[in-house]
Design a binder for this molecule. Sequence first.
Ligand code: PHE
Length: 342
Amino acid sequence: MLEKVQKLKESFLSHLNQASSTAALDAIRIEFLGKKGEVSLLLNNLKSLPGDVRKEAGRIINDAKQYMEEQIRAKTAELSALEEKKKIDSAESYDESLPLPLSLGSYHPITLIQREVEEIFSSMGFIVEDYDEVVDDYHCFEALNIPKYHPARDMQDTYYLDNGQLLKTHTSAAQNYIMRKYGAPVRAIFPGRCFRNESPDACHENTFFQLEGIMIDRDISISNLIYFMKTMLSEVFRQDITVRLRPGFFPFVEPGFELDISCTICGGKGCPSCKNSGWLELCPCGMIHPNVLRFGGIDPEEYTGFAFGLGLTRLAMMKYGIKDIRILNSGNLKALSQFTDR
Ligand code: PHE
């Protein structure tokens, strides 16, 4: 028996010495130490030996088994370290001193202008509010003094959901919500995405941005409206801006205006950008209609206020010289990533 075990050990060692991969070691382990391996065979044969020899033979076989297990373990550790080193050596190498491609993305021009206007109004005591894009008919129209079948609805056709809700056509849709939330006095601006049924061209889009503002308090007048508009626009364009008001009709303001600014390109002399008029139409506005205040739970005998609906998309186009509105929703990074550092 001793001899047999000795031979087995030798055969094992010669196999082991030839093994050059962990996979080969696995095969050796199965051959010698597996369930049907050489060692198991020897152990099975023990039964045929007489009792006194059997004990000794068992011990010898088990010692050999332990020895083989240890050898395999040691060699496995050695070979897997080698294999790992090989993998590392053959991996693609790189020079860590080279500069990284630092492409951090950029802000959309609408985001840039929105933040700028928000900052200006915040500094004048206005809070910045957010509102839904999917709204109901009451908030978008009824609460703004636009009853069903009123012709003013024609200009604001939009996308309707099966449940009767709609995509808001203007940021004015949040007026009622804000009046109800804060009561009077209140100063708030609320930027938002708006939707209308438009055929898109260089100046029209079905999806665009406005920034609405309301200021309600005792004795608010048109002078306050003009002051805030002028201050905000002078800051945005970083120059003194002249404004003028023309009458404009919106059912939720009385009186209502179109606010024009003197053309920033020609200084009011007249050029192609302002169609030679010297003026650019920028911001509809007016004194909030008493009915709208009442719908908002505010007593129009006690409080008055102004509202304006700044065309944020329009403003971004003017400030950054963007000639086609469709670029803004295009996702074209080449065009849209130019404005970050302004
Ligand atoms: N909501 C109006 C529009 O989109 C603009 C507006 C806002 C007019 C506030 C007056 C006051 O056409």
